[in-house]
Design a protein around this ligand. Structure first.
Ligand SMILES: Cc1cc2nc3c(=O)[nH]c(=O)nc-3n(C[C@H](O)[C@H](O)[C@H](O)COP(=O)(O)OP(=O)(O)OC[C@H]3O[C@@H](n4cnc5c(N)ncnc54)[C@H](O)[C@@H]3O)c2cc1C
Ligand code: FES
Length: 289
């Protein structure tokens, strides 16, 4: 898949900056080329402006072929994303992408569980929306966790989530609007959210599935390393296929510097793979054995 992926370097333009609590942003960018092919789990290498020399990798939160736009969601950690967040509507910005393999959806999987934590929410939310566009009948559920306010509209869900206590009712409107049952977790005590880990919600849901249903289900996850490890352990224990999107620091994002390599297991052997071009999506059992 990587060899067929065409990466564009394009001069794009900021269309909108939406600010949320706790230094979180959604940035919408007019990027006519990459918006035509970007898929969930792929990322762009984004020039951030200001005095930041190195670009930053950001997963696509969405892309629209019709509008020619791509969207990113991020929290400013350091000076790069801080500069990006200060760019204004109409500012020029260079983006390179789409990069990486993205999430695959095997045809035999009739159901998927989407799990996202913090700034790992964008690629799995995108995956949910795209799968629904391709196949309205697909059975999707989503579990998202954050320790700071979710940078999305939330409300009480009208969709049933099997296995989860009825008091845990808060959802993201973006998921509700496309018919994906979703529940949220946080240890920050947000109303209607599970007070604990996102994997506890997923565990309760998986316990309602028959063996046959589990065979037809795949997990897609992105988030902090500790969450990814917990998801991998859960998937192994429940015997579910699982794909994880990894985040590593990147200097070039095109496979040239080997700065983003991780150890993976392939056919029983340990190998070094570059997260930028060989990933960022890997099977859970390749990363956590
Ligand atoms: C494929 C991919 C997709 C991503 N998607 C998103 C996303 O959608 N949203 C989002 O918010 N983030 C995302 N990230 C993470 C984001 O790119 C990084 O956190 C980025 O470094 C933040 O930039 P910054 O300028 O805010 O902070 P930085 O200035 O880069 O600093 C962030 C922290 O990392 C440390 N650091 C910086 N460079 C290195 C290095 N080379 N080695 C070790 N530590 C280092 C700094 O000391 C600091 O603590 C993604 C990363 C990858 C690889
Ligand atoms: S960032 Fe240079 S090889 Fe991946």
């Amino acid at each position: 898949m990587t060899s067929k992926n065409i990466i564009f370097e394009e001069k794009a333009e900021i269309v909108e900056q939406i600010r949320f609590e706790a230094d979180q942003f959604i940035t919408i960018v007019k990027a006519e080329k990459s918006s035509q092919t970007a898929k969930p789990g792929q990322f762009a290498f984004v020039e951030c402006g200001g005095s930041t020399l190195l670009r930053r990798p950001l997963s696509y939160l969405r892309s629209s072929k019709e509008a020619g736009t791509i969207e990113f969601m991020y929290k400013t950690v350091g000076h790069g994303l801080e500069s990006l967040s200060q760019m204004k509507k109409g500012d020029a910005i260079k983006v390179m992408g789409p990069i990486g393999n993205g999430f695959d959806h095997p045809l035999e999987k009739k159901s998927a569980i989407l799990i996202g934590g913090g700034v790992g929410i964008p690629p799995v939310l995108f995956m949910g929306e795209e799968l629904k566009k391709i196949n309205k009948g697909i059975n999707l559920v989503a579990f998202f966790g954050s320790e700071i306010p979710f940078p999305f509209q939330t409300s009480a869900s009208g969709l049933v989530m099997p296995g989860v206590n009825e008091d845990i009712i808060t959802t993201l409107d973006d998921m509700e609007n496309v018919g994906i049952a979703c529940r949220l977790s946080s240890q920050a005590g947000y109303e209607g959210c599970h007070s604990g880990f996102v994997t506890e919600l997923a565990n309760s849901y998986i316990d309602t599935l028959s063996d046959e249903e589990k065979n037809e289900t795949i997990i897609y996850a992105c988030g902090p390393e500790s969450m990814l490890e917990a998801v991998a352990v859960l998937a192994k224990r429940k015997e579910l296929d699982c794909m994880l999107s990894l985040e590593e620091h990147m200097a070039c994002a095109i496979g040239g510097c080997a700065g983003c390599t991780v150890k993976i297991i392939e056919n029983g052997d340990q190998k070094m793979k570059r997260v930028c071009v060989d990933g960022p999506v890997f099977k859970a059992e390749q990363i956590y054995t």
